[in-house]
Ligand binder design. Structure first.
Ligand SMILES: Cc1cc2nc3c(=O)[nH]c(=O)nc-3n(C[C@H](O)[C@H](O)[C@H](O)COP(=O)(O)OP(=O)(O)OC[C@H]3O[C@@H](n4cnc5c(N)ncnc54)[C@H](O)[C@@H]3O)c2cc1C
Length: 411
């Protein structure tokens, strides 16, 4: 027997279900996609490898729903992006996460605030991840989505440039689910890779992130070690030379080692403030890897970071979480696979340049792109044959603004 390679025995798998739309991954993008798909009449299955919805936004402790406004007093993202933001704060938001006091979300969440007040605030919120995960679960079930937890999408069957089934692994073993349209919301373009769709990796890699919740002096506090990174394009020579260790986030061994380092670093940080007492506890650590950009689909369009660029096939609008002002249209072409006709992506793995990826990976854009592909998946035979004008009209009917000129004028 060759000890480096072995051949897995071919086997026949049971078909565990047949759906119109199958969504791989239940982070914010997958939640939005499944919700939109079911609301638009499709029999929808959501496959999630953990036992909790929300992905990085809950299990990954990234509980900051970045702005759905442009910082100039104007809302930019509507529809499910707004619905999920409001849902995340339904039973109360967590205390302000920004030191400058600018980002409270209050002027947007509460009625009766003036445009001048909104200009000084942003439409964002820090939420309780555990509550949000349960509320999302209830919302999807109410809307008729079938959720299958503990289920990893492991492989895909492809025929004639179309996925016919995904193969999953869970406690029941390996099974197949048939579908008409498939949405990759895995964050890492796993399904795209498995189906032979063209993908791109993020070469720069990820900084070590060790976000954790601590109970300290009666407060439940989010500590953000490894806060953020800037794209290499904007780094000085010195910053480039001192980049430190990076993680690509695409290999089992590397991800395990990253988790071990992250745990060690947060424990050390926690203990700097003393031992465990009734006023000091390590309250929550991430149960999925905290990677930002890993792998994405190669779409028909690669979304770039030029603000206010007009796309005829725009299916949603997002803002720039780093600075006030810019608005981006999100073209349908950046969400669909170039070569697999019934595969689209949303969230962290849409087709974007490295600099845009840093903006498009955040929670509001995950919801916007999820709603767009979930709606398209329910409406059309496949993503390549979609009537984009009809899709835009449906999105508008559902309360979205899809083109820049549909926003309120700046005041
Ligand atoms: C350290 C850090 C800080 C960040 N800070 C912010 C911030 O402050 N605000 C903000 O808005 N965004 C922030 N982001 C980005 C944002 O959190 C994520 O990009 C966003 O939540 C991604 O959502 P998603 O649904 O695309 O992917 P994910 O949240 O990664 O969800 C993917 C889901 O798919 C599941 N999955 C993966 N592979 C499979 C498979 N093969 N089969 C079945 N299920 C699978 C996963 O378990 C997961 O639930 C941050 C990210 C990081 C890492």
């Amino acid at each position: 027997m060759d000890k480096k390679l072995i051949i897995e025995k071919e086997r026949t798998l049971p078909v565990a279900g047949e759906y119109d739309v199958v969504v791989a991954g239940g982070g914010v993008a997958g939640i939005a996609a499944a919700l939109a798909s079911a609301r638009n009449g499709a029999k929808t299955l959501l496959l999630e490898r953990t036992y909790m919805l929300g992905g990085l936004g809950t299990a990954g402790l990234v509980t900051i729903y970045l702005p759905i406004c442009d910082g100039m007093g104007r809302q930019v993202s509507y529809g499910i992006a707004e619905e999920l933001l409001r849902l995340s704060a339904k039973h109360g938001a967590e205390p302000n996460f920004r030191v400058d006091g600018r980002h409270t979300g209050k002027t947007w969440l509460e009625e009766g605030h003036s445009i001048e007040e909104k200009k000084k605030d942003r439409f964002d919120v820090q939420y309780n991840g555990c509550v949000f995960a349960i509320l999302c679960e209830q919302l999807l079930i109410e809307n008729g989505v079938d959720i299958l937890y503990g289920t990893t999408v492991a492989s895909a069957c492809v025929d004639n440039d179309k996925i016919t089934a995904v193969i999953t692994e869970n406690k029941s073993g390996r099974q197949a689910f048939l579908g008409k349209n498939f949405i990759d919301a895995s964050g890492d373009a796993d399904l795209a890779l498995q189906s032979g769709a063209q993908t791109e990796e993020f070469k720069q890699g990820n900084v070590l992130a060790s976000w954790y919740y601590e109970l300290i002096d009666g407060k439940f506090k989010l500590n953000m070690l490894g806060f953020a990174d800037i794209p290499d394009k904007y780094k000085t020579k010195e910053q480039l030379e001192n980049k430190g260790k990076r993680f690509k986030g695409l290999e089992g061994k590397e991800l395990s080692s990253m988790a071990v380092q992250s745990h060690a670093s947060l424990l050390q940080d926690f203990l700097k403030k003393g031992e465990i007492t009734e006023n000091h506890a390590l309250a929550q650590i991430a149960t999925i890897p905290q990677t930002r950009m890993t792998r994405r689909i190669e779409g028909r369009v690669v979304l770039d970071d030029e603000p206010f660029k007009s796309y005829e096939d725009s299916v949603g609008l997002i803002s720039n979480w780093r600075k006030a002002g810019p608005v981006f249209e999100v073209p349908y072409g950046s969400l669909i696979s170039k070569n697999i006709k019934n595969l689209s992506a949303c969230g962290r793995c849409i087709s974007a340049t490295d600099t845009m990826w840093e903006l498009s990976r955040v929670i509001p854009c995950c919801a916007v792109t999820g709603e767009a592909v979930g709606t398209a998946a329910a409406m059309f035979q496949d993503f390549h044959s979609a009537d984009v004008k009809a899709l835009q009209d449906r999105l508008r009917k559902n309360g979205l603004r899809v083109k820049y000129e549909e926003l309120e004028p700046l005041q």
